[in-house]
Design a protein around this ligand. Sequence first.
Ligand code: AMP
Ligand code: MG
Length: 487
Amino acid sequence: MKALDELTFDNRFARLGDAFSTHVLPDPLDAPRLVVASNAAMALLDLDPAVAETPVFAELFGGHKLWAEAEPRAMVYSGHQFGGYTPQLGDGRGLLLGEVYNQAGEHWDLHLKGAGMTPYSRMGDGRAVLRSSIREFLASEALHALGIPSSRALCVIGSDTPVWREKQERGAMVLRLAHSHIRFGHFEYFYYTKKPEQQAELAEHVLNLHYPECREQPEPYLAMFREIVERNAEMIAKWQAYGFCHGVMNTDNMSILGITFDFGPFAFLDDFDAHFICNHSDHEGRYSFSNQVPIGQWNLSALAQALTPFISVDALKEALGLYLPLYQAHYLDLMRRRLGLTTAEDDDQPLVERLLKLMQNSGVDYTLFFRRLGDESAALAVARLRDDFVDLAGFDAWADQYKARVARDGDYSEAQRRERMHAVNPLYILRNYLAQNAIAAAESGDYSEVRRLHEALSKPFEEQPGMEQYAQRPPDWGKHLEISCSS
Ligand code: AMP
Ligand code: MG
C-alpha cells in the first residue's frame, strides 16, 4: 500500500510535446472536500483507501496541490459531433495530470475533470458541476462492476465554488483513470490539420504503448485497427445486452482503447425501450439506444478515414466488415447467458428478439425481468413474470418456446440455474432516479447516499442486505427524468 506522496509517475503522453497538449495548471476549487472515493479504483494505484479521508487528498484532487512529478496537460483533439466535423476540440475542462504506474507495472492516466479553463475551453468555463461529476463517478464504477469496459473514477471532490448552468450550482472535480485518454478524435485532428509527422508519432505511441502485440503482425497498424474494431464490437454488445445508453457517441468521446468513455447524459434503461433517447438535445435520436450499434460502425469508419495514411482503404474496409458480425456474436452470447442458456441453437436470435418486442410493448423492467427469470425454474419464473405483460397470449407463446428451449439446453438443478443466471443478471443498476436521489442529498451536503449507492453498484450481482431500495422499479416521477446536458 502506498501513501499519496509515493505515487510513481511516467508521463509518456506529456513527452510527445507541445503539438499534442499544452501545459496548464489546475484552477483550485474553494473549500474542497471528499464526496466519494472508490476503494477498488484506489487499489489500481496501490493506494491505501484510508488516504481518501485525509485533507491532502481533497487538496490534490481539488486542484490545490500537485505532485512534483505531475505534468498537467490539456490534450488537443477534434471529432465528429452529431455527424458533423468540429475541427478543433480538446480538454476544455479536464487535465491529464500525469501517468502513474502501479506495482504490477500498469500505467494509469490521472485525469482531473472540472479543473478550470484551458486553451480548448471555447465558450465554456472549464468547470464541471457536482451533479455530473457524481453521475460520471457512479457510472464508471458501475459499468466496470458489470464487466463492461470503462474508464474508472477514483473520487469526486465537492466545493463551494459557484458554477452557473441553468441555475447556480457548485463546482466539483472527478478524477478519472484510464490506461489512455486518446480518442478517435486525436487521430482525426492530425489527419484533418494535415500534420503527417505528428500523426505518425501518435500512431506509434498508441501502437507501442497500448497494442504492443500488434507489432508482431505483418501489418501492425492494420492489426491495431482490427483490434479496435473488435473491442468496440464487444463493448457495444455489452451496452446493448445490459441496457446502457451512452448518449453522446461523438468521435471525440470514443476511446482508442474500446472502453466506455466521456459520460454525458447517459442512462441505463428502466423499462425496455429500443428507441430510448437519453440525451434530450438529441432531437433526431442519432444516439438512441438501438442506434448505438450502427453508430459504433459509423464512428469506426471516421477513425478509418483518419488512418488512411497508414493502411490501405481496402484493408480498412475489410476490417470494418468485422464489426457487425462480431457485435452480433457477442450480443447473442450475452443474451443467451442472460436467459440461462449454455448451448447455442439457430433460433436463439429470434427467441431474444420476440422477448424484447414483448417487453417493449408492455414496458417491462429490463433489469428485473432477467433477474427474476433466474430466481426459480423456468416454468415457475415465467408463470410469475407473466403478470408484467399486456399481451398475455404473446407472452405465453414465447414462454412455451423458452421452456422447451431450456429443457433442450441441459439438465441442471434450480440452484445451478439460479447461480449461473444471477452471475450475469444484475440486481442493482444505476437507474437515473437513484442517481438523482443521491445527487439531491449530496447537493444539500449529505454524501452518505452517493456512498451507499456506489457500494450497492460495486457488487451488482450480489444480493446485499439493507440495499433493497436499489433493486426496485422506479417510482412514476423517476421514469422519464430529463437529464440536462449542461454538465
Ligand atoms: P463533452 O460534450 O463533455 O464531451 O465536451 C465536448 C467539448 O466541449 C470538449 O472539448 C470539452 O472539453 C468541452 N467542454 C464541455 N464542457 C465544457 C466547459 N464547461 N468548459 C470548457 N469546455 C467544455
Ligand atoms: Mg467529450
